[in-house]
Design a protein around this ligand. Structure first.
Ligand SMILES: Cc1ncc(COP(=O)(O)O)c(CNNC(=O)CNC(=O)c2ccccc2[N+](=O)[O-])c1O
Length: 387
C-alpha cells in the first residue's frame, strides 16, 4: 500500500469503526461485564485492546494507536497527554537509578529540563552530545549507558543527525535508541528503517495539525513494545477520546498538509536566503544546514519549520522584527495551519556541549498554509523594521 493510501486507511479496522468511516468518540472510566467469565477474559487481555477500564483505552484510543503504529511501522504505540510526556515516559521506561543516558545537545528545552531536574533526582546521569558527533559517540558510552536520545533535526537550530550510524553504535553497546521524530513525522522519516527502537511524536504539531490538541505518542519495535506499554500503564498515562478523535482527523490530511507546508516554506527560505541581513538559513533541505547530507540521504521531504540567523542585531532590533507582523503570530508550538514566529537572542543558553557559532539573533519560522506571497510581504516589512 502506498503512503497516501495508508494515511487514508490507518486505524480504520471494523473492530473500532463498525460500518462507520470514523471511529466513535468512546468515553469511559468504568466498563461493566455480564459475567465473571467475561470479566476474566477482559482482565487477561486488558493490555491487548480489549475493553477493560478507561485508563487502558477505548475504541477511540485503540483506533488512533493502531493508526500511529501503522504509519510509523512499529509494533505498538503508547499515548500521552503531550509530546513532553511521551519523551519523559519513554525515557523512564528504559532506565533505573544508577543508569546513564546520552542526550543530544540540541534537544527541545523541556527535554533538557527533564534530564537536569528529574533524572538527576532519580540518580540517573545525563551526558549531552554534539548532534553531529558521528563515531565519536563511542567515547561517551559507559558500562551503565542505557539510552541514546536523538532529536533530528533539532526543533530550534535544525541540525540533522546520522540516525542509522548512531543507532548502530548504540546497539553495539546494548543501548535503547529513542528518536524525537516530530519534525519529520513518519511521513518524511521512517524511524524503524533507520535503527530507531522508540519513535516519539509530539502529535500536538503536524499530526493534529490544527493547534487545538496537546498529545504525544511513543511507538516501539516488537522487542521494546511490552516494556514501553507496561511502563506507560504503570505511570497512569491516558488521553481523551475527544482529543484522539481530532488527532485521527488530523492524520487524514497529514500528507497533503505537509506537502503544502514544504512548498510554502521552501519558497520563503529561498527568499530569506537572498536577504543581505541574513547570515545563514537553517533549513534541512539547504546545504547551509548542518547535517544536510543526512536529510538528503534519509528524509522523504520537509515541512514548514526552519530557522535563520541574522548577520547582526540585538534584542531591540529583534523585537522590532517580531512585533507588527500581520500573518506571523508570536507563539510556542508549530505544525498547525497558521504561520508562527519566535526569536531567540542567545541560543548558547539552550545548549551545554557545543559552541553556538553565531552572536546575532536567531528567528524560527513556522510557515503555515496562507498564500506564500502574503507571508513574504509580511517578512519584507519585518526586515525593514529590523534595522
Ligand atoms: C521537537 C519537539 N518535541 C517535543 C515537543 C513537546 O511537545 P508538547 O508541546 O506536545 O509537549 C516539542 C514542542 N515544541 N515547542 C516549541 O518548539 C515551542 N518553542 C519553544 O519551546 C522555545 C521557545 C523559545 C526558545 C526555545 C524554544 N525551544 O523550542 O527550545 C518539540 O518541538
Amino acid at each position: 500500500m502506498k503512503k497516501q493510501t495508508k494515511i487514508v486507511n490507518a486505524g480504520r479496522s471494523k473492530k473500532w469503526t463498525g460500518n462507520v468511516v470514523n471511529p466513535p468518540v468512546e468515553r469511559a472510566s468504568t466498563v461493566v461485564f455480564d459475567s465473571i467469565k467475561e470479566m476474566k477474559h477482559a482482565t487477561a487481555n486488558r493490555g491487548n485492546q480489549v475493553l477493560f477500564y478507561g485508563r487502558r483505552g477505548t475504541s477511540t484510543s485503540f483506533a488512533f494507536s493502531d493508526a500511529m503504529t501503522e504509519l510509523e511501522g512499529g509494533a505498538g504505540c503508547a499515548l500521552y497527554p503531550s509530546g513532553t510526556a511521551a519523551i519523559t515516559n519513554a525515557i523512564l521506561s528504559f532506565v533505573e537509578t544508577g543508569d546513564h543516558i546520552l542526550m543530544v545537545d540540541t534537544a527541545y528545552e523541556p527535554t533538557r529540563d527533564f534530564c537536569d531536574k528529574v533524572l538527576t533526582k532519580l540518580g540517573i546521569e545525563t551526558t549531552y552530545y554534539d548532534p553531529l558527533i558521528g563515531d565519536n559517540i563511542t567515547e561517551l558510552i559507559k558500562d551503565n549507558t542505557k539510552v541514546l536520545f536523538l532529536e533530528s533535526p533539532g526543533s530550534l537550530t535544525m541540525e540533522v543527525q546520522d540516525v542509522p550510524r548512531l543507532a548502530k553504535i548504540a546497539h553495539e553497546h546494548g543501548c535503547v535508541v529513542i528518536l524525537d521524530n516530530t519534525w519529520a513525522s513518519p511521513i518524511n522519516f521512517q524511524p524503524f528503517e533507520h535503527g530507531v527502537d522508540i519513535s516519539i511524536q509530539a502529535a500536538t504539531k503536524y499530526v493534529v495539525g490544527h493547534s487545538d490538541v496537546m498529545l504525544g505518542t511513543a511507538t516501539a519495535t516488537k522487542a521494546h513494545w511490552p516494556q514501553l506499554r507496561e511502563n506507560s500503564y504503570l505511570m497512569g498515562q491516558c488521553t481523551s477520546p475527544d482529543d484522539l478523535y481530532l488527532a485521527m482527523r488530523g492524520i487524514r490530511t497529514l500528507g497533503v498538509r505537509l506537502k503544502q507546508h514544504e512548498h510554502n516554506a521552501l519558497k520563503v527560505a529561498h527568499y530569506v536566503a537572498q536577504r543581505n541581513d541574513v547570515d545563514v538559513v537553517l533549513h534541512p533541505a539547504f546545504e547551509s544546514c548542518p547535517g544536510h547530507q543526512y536529510f538528503k540521504r534519509d528524509f522523504l521531504g520537509s515541512n514548514g519549520l526552519f530557522s535563520f540567523v541574522f548577520k547582526s542585531g540585538n534584542a531591540k532590533s529583534l523585537e522590532a522584527f517580531l512585533e507588527g507582523m500581520e500573518h506571523f503570530k508570536m507563539g510556542y508550538s508549530w505544525g498547525g495551519f497558521e504561520s508562527l514566529v519566535i526569536g531567540v537572542n542567545n541560543v548558547q543558553n539552550l545548549r551545554s556541549a557545543t559552541k553556538w557559532p553565531y552572536d546575532a539573533p536567531l528567528v524560527r519560522l513556522h510557515i503555515g498554509l496562507e498564500d506564500v506571497d502574503d507571508l513574504i510581504e509580511d517578512l519584507d516589512k519585518a526586515f525593514d523594521r529590523f534595522h
